[in-house]
Design a protein around this ligand. Structure first.
Ligand code: DON
Length: 307
């Protein structure tokens, strides 16, 4: 078995040397200001240690990777009732697509496309003011990362709040079908802010650890969810975590993974590791270009694909 530290160092050097870096998202103007020439990889292991390469202490916008954690929280609140308002099938459509919503009576295909994540956020709002719901989400991230330095980047949230017309359309459309319980602006306020959570690759790798170890964070000993729930969240990540690029990601990387337009990917190696990669340039499906290539190399060299 190759040495993990050597493999991680090699991948970081290879990614630093590449000229093809994808395209930084600009539809959220604040994300368009991020330097594409950055890369980080952090691998959190069962003994609590983290093997790192690149800029693992640089904060980035986790964007849709936050949807893994809001799904975990919403399942904790609503249990399997959550699946009455959001499906768990791949959409085959872009992350912000509206086409299936009309045909499927306002029920989003899965919790990771924007429409589905907005429905999940609505579930977390139950019995809470928006500020309290957001506080719950932030504290949960800090808890699973075991690090209070995780924060909400207000500038990124405000930037999306100014330009989030597409998400407003999705939310209003679902509201029209009776799928959302709370006022659209409350739900979107919480959604935009949880997408704007900023973390480092080291923190994100640690935060995903409970999914790699049957629901228990090995670094802290905290049980976050049951083994069964961790397995199911991983299944949805594998099938839906990269939107219309989910098949390609499973084919090339072979791990449950969740991407975000900030350029982060969280990937889970069941029983072994939680991996965070970050590179801001995206591919055509809105997933990190170098992040995916780095994970492909990691699983190939370490023999870590689940298949
Ligand atoms: O709602 C949005 O469009 C963003 N806040 C999140 C989208 C996202 O991260 C898609 N992922 N690759």
């Amino acid at each position: 078995m190759p040495d993990l530290a050597t493999v991680v160092a090699e991948i970081a050097a290879e990614m630093a040397a590449r000229e093809d870096r994808g395209t930084v998202a600009t539809y959220i103007p604040e994300l368009g200001r991020v330097d594409p020439d950055q890369f980080a990889i952090a691998v959190a292991l069962a003994d609590g240690s983290v093997v790192e390469g690149g800029a693992c202490e640089t904060f980035f916008s986790i964007q849709s990777v936050s949807k893994v954690f809001t799904l975990t929280l919403a399942l904790g609140l609503a249990g399997d009732r959550l699946w009455n308002r959001v499906g768990r099938e791949p959409s085959g459509s872009r992350f912000n697509s509206i086409v299936q919503l009309e045909q499927e009576r306002g029920i989003p295909r899965n919790p990771f496309i924007n429409a589905g994540a907005i429905a999940v956020t609505d579930t977390i709002l139950s019995g809470h003011q928006p500020k309290e719901a957001l506080g719950e989400i932030l504290r949960f991230l800090q808890f699973v990362a075991n690090d209070d330095a995780v924060f909400i980047d207000r500038q990124v949230a405000a930037s999306e709040e100014r330009t989030g017309f597409n998400n407003r359309a999705l939310a209003n459309f679902m509201k029209g079908f009776g799928v959302l319980d709370h006022p659209v602006e409350h739900v979107l306020g919480v959604y935009f802010h949880h997408c704007a959570i900023a973390m480092t690759a080291r923190q994100l790798a640690r935060a995903g650890s409970f999914l790699a170890h049957q629901g228990r964070n090995p670094a802290t000993g905290h049980r976050v969810v049951t083994a069964e729930r961790a397995r199911r969240i991983n299944a949805v990540m594998l099938t839906c975590g990269h939107y219309d690029g989910s098949g390609e990601f499973a084919y090339r990387v072979g791990l449950p993974g969740k991407s975000g337009v900030g350029g982060a990917i969280l990937a889970i190696v069941p029983g072994k590791a939680s991996v965070a990669v970050w590179s801001p340039g995206l591919d055509a499906s809105g997933n990190s270009h170098l992040g995916r290539i780095a994970l492909e190399r990691l699983t190939a060299r370490m023999g870590w694909s689940v298949f």
